[in-house]
Design a protein around this ligand. Structure first.
Ligand code: IMP
Length: 434
């Protein structure tokens, strides 16, 4: 059994949570490699609903280990609240979760500083989740961040916290975005949270490498999606981390030579939350119909998601960046009621037809999608769990996407439940997940 990365191939919210939860059964460890509590997916345990933001969903499978890698930024308040809500529902977290000692710690001042870029006159608002993710990664790259290992070193933490926060307060005052905060109280709160987290913090890179050496398998779970990757996405309308497959190595300390496959997750259509270019956005009634049928509202912020049609050139681009072996197409049933389904098969920029994704938002905003319409199936696919039971026209739609993107569709999701899934027999995906 190999080690596999599962990640989003669009702008996030592709339904990775369900897929990771489903496949985590086949792996020993599930490891998150980037992002923070800007991510979120909803999981039901019996009647109880949880929104997991930092903890990999593998934690819900008894006996499986979950890892929060060094590539994440962690708000200890959010983390401990997530741990406590899971433990109060009977999920064993403390014994099964390991947190990297090299992950960065997010503070309330990071949220305050996010107002520098969001909503200040003269700055382009990115429509972030306002969780302080970007400013925390800024500190990491500027080499003044506080890491988990520093938080646990109490004497060092006190001195470091005071000096870093003094700077943040000065910046916030200068730019007129300062919000009164009791830094002494925050420091004490973080010291108390550190004690709660301490038993779980370790060198997760060594933990993962030793586990792999001993024959254990790891599922690497990406958050957000490739088009939000800080290098490869629609910059600057991106998140601040490496959401693509490369991030799995830098964000966990596991080498590319130890990873056997990459699986992308894509909706049967496409959505985006927050600002930024979106060539196939459906601004008419069809977009609204998708939003309603797909319940397309953010799990973390509750914001309505922008909806549109499947974008073949975009998928070809993210397949190249990530080296997808196979993709999972989710939410096929959301398209059940459309007579004709437009699919973007190319882009035009002025008089040119483009083969590649342009680098700048200025160009992406000017792209004109070239659509081909595929007949709809006008019957319910909800809950179908066998490929043979799909309506012929739904199979044709999937075959069309497969042929145009050049990527295998190894799995199809037709509803939120684990059972509402088709894994195609003989596919590369089936071989990868064992
Ligand atoms: P940030 O990650 O909060 O800095 O937000 C940057 C951009 O990424 C915004 O457009 C957010 O809406 C988007 N974003 C962040 N996390 C997610 C996610 O989990 N799903 C979808 N979009 C996200």
């Amino acid at each position: 059994m190999g080690n596999v990365i599962i990640l989003g191939s669009q702008w996030g919210d592709e339904g990775k949570g369900k897929i990771v939860d489903l496949f985590s059964d086949r792996f020993d460890i599930v490891a998150r490699y980037q992002g923070g509590h800007n991510a979120g997916h909803t999981v039901f345990i019996g009647e109880k609903k949880f929104v997991l933001k930092l903890i990999p969903s593998g934690i819900l499978r008894p006996g499986k280990k979950a890892v929060i890698g060094n590539g994440l930024v962690i708000d200890p308040v959010a983390l401990v609240s997530e741990i406590e809500s899971l433990e109060s529902a009977g999920v064993e977290v403390t014994a099964n979760l390991s947190i990297s000692n090299r992950a960065h710690v997010l503070f309330p001042a990071h949220r305050m500083l996010e107002k520098m870029s969001e909503g200040r006159p003269g700055r382009v608002s990115l429509g972030t989740t306002s969780r302080g993710i970007g400013p925390c990664y800024e500190d990491k790259i500027a080499r003044r961040g506080i890491r988990m290992a520093d938080l646990l070193d109490t004497a060092f933490f006190r001195a470091q916290f005071d000096s870093v926060m003094e700077e943040k307060v000065a910046i916030a005052r200068t730019f007129g975005i300062y919000q009164e905060m009791d830094l002494g109280r925050i420091r004490e709160e973080y010291e108390a949270l550190a004690e709660r987290i301490r038993p779980m913090v370790c060198d997760t890179a060594m933990l993962l490498n030793h586990a792999i050496r001993d024959g254990k398998s790891v599922l690497f779970e990406g958050a957000q999606g490739t088009m939000l990757d800080v290098d490869h996405g629609t910059y600057p309308f991106v998140t601040s981390s490496s959401a693509g497959a490369g991030g799995a190595c830098t964000g966990t300390g596991v080498a590319p030579t130890r990873i056997q496959g990459v699986i992308g997750v894509s909706k049967a259509y496409i959505t985006r939350v927050g600002a930024g270019p979106f060539p196939t956005e459906a601004l008419d009634g069809a977009g609204e119909q998708i939003r309603k049928r797909g319940n397309e509202f953010g799990a973390v912020t509750g914001r309505p998601r922008r909806c549109g049609w499947f974008d073949v050139p975009l998928l070809r681009y993210t397949a190249a960046i990530n080296g997808f072996d196979s993709i999972v197409v989710t939410k096929l049933d959301v398209l059940d009621e459309f007579d004709r389904i437009p699919v973007c098969v190319g882009y035009r920029l002025g008089s040119e037809q483009l083969a590649e994704m342009p680098a700048t938002v200025r160009e992406i905003e000017k792209l004109e999608p070239i659509y081909e319409c595929v007949p709809g199936w006008s019957t319910s696919t909800f809950g179908i769990s066998s490929y043979d039971d799909l309506p012929a026209k739904a199979k044709e739609y999937l075959a069309f996407l497969e042929e145009r993107t050049g990527v295998e569709i190894g799995c199809i999701s037709t509803g939120p439940e684990r059972t509402q899934t088709i894994v195609k027999a003989g596919s590369r995906l089936e071989k990868l997940i064992g």
